[in-house]
Design a protein around this ligand. Sequence first.
Ligand SMILES: [Zn+2]
Length: 386
Amino acid sequence: MSTIDFEELLDDCVAFTQRLIQTPSMPFAEAEIAAVVAAECRKLGFDEVWLDEIGNVNGRVRGTDPSLGAIVLNTHLDHVDPGEPTLWRVPPYSGQIVDGRLIGRGACDIKGPLAVQVYSMAALRRAGARPRRDVVFTGVVQEEIGGAGAEHWVKNLDYAVDLVVLGEPSDNQIALGHRGVIQMWLTFHGRSVHASVPDKAQNPNYALAGFLQRLQTAQGTWPSHPVLGPTTVAPTIIEVDTKSSNVTPAWTRVLLDFRTAVESINSLQTFVHQLAGDWPHDISDAWCAPPTPYPDSDAPIFGFYTPPDDEKAVRAQAILQAAVAHEVPFTRYQFATDGRHFVPYNLTMIGYAASEENQAHVVDESISIAKMAESLRGHVALLQAF
Ligand SMILES: [Zn+2]
């Protein structure tokens, strides 16, 4: 095996990221970028490249030991809307480099990390080497709108997987998981009257106002998960039944978005009922991700979780630290990822990617090229040694 030219590798990886940014790929419109990724994998000498029925793109580089389960490098193909383009310092689909950072919609989430995954696999092929295990790149569709691509991939998985590396932004640290999502509508009921005689009404907006103030005070009173962090709640959408400006509402409702790794759907419903008090109310359409079947409504909800003493997490950490010659700490994601869809299939997951979480979904989204360089070294070491 010849040595890997990491400078050339980085240049090519950055150029590939620019091409990915210049190929817009909103959910349901990922076909063009899937073709770009597939062509790149073929050009780089992957052993197999294929698209599946839903449009996910996959590429495999065979390992030297076929008895071992594969490493899967997972990212997604889609991104969120760039919004008003004139708010950006460079056009959002231009992929320009400013002060050592590559800027554009998807640079951080997730085209930079996608390119690092593909080019770490290519690095070994270029050097005439092979990874220990089979390595499979999977770029899935529709992550930003629920994860149908990831669900399709995991449901149809027909090879053994020992480790999934999620390319969601972790700042080159190892993310061990994230909280789950529980959402529910809380509706306050009242009596609707002409707005000129408000004393005849039971206006549920007052009940909602009191509830929201108590909710804000209650933030931070829940127990915290030791790794995945505290439970939080955000009231998001508020609606009333009436469209008329001179009628008091018969009902008003608020959507509550909880993020938790310790509470269950039942424990949070009980909490909401208590906080809502005596005013007539109900809770409806309670929903959680990952989904929990009815009999398990007392089970704590979390997104995915790999404990810090997990043997594979510890081994991956040691390999990465040796490769980059400094500490690579364990961390957690604030947001949800496609990893939650893999939990029922008992796949061990870590998050590892160069981009920073605070760059996801923002105007002037960007990724540090120096961090991409470090991440390439980390990924290559992982593929060689894990
Ligand atoms: Zn993402």
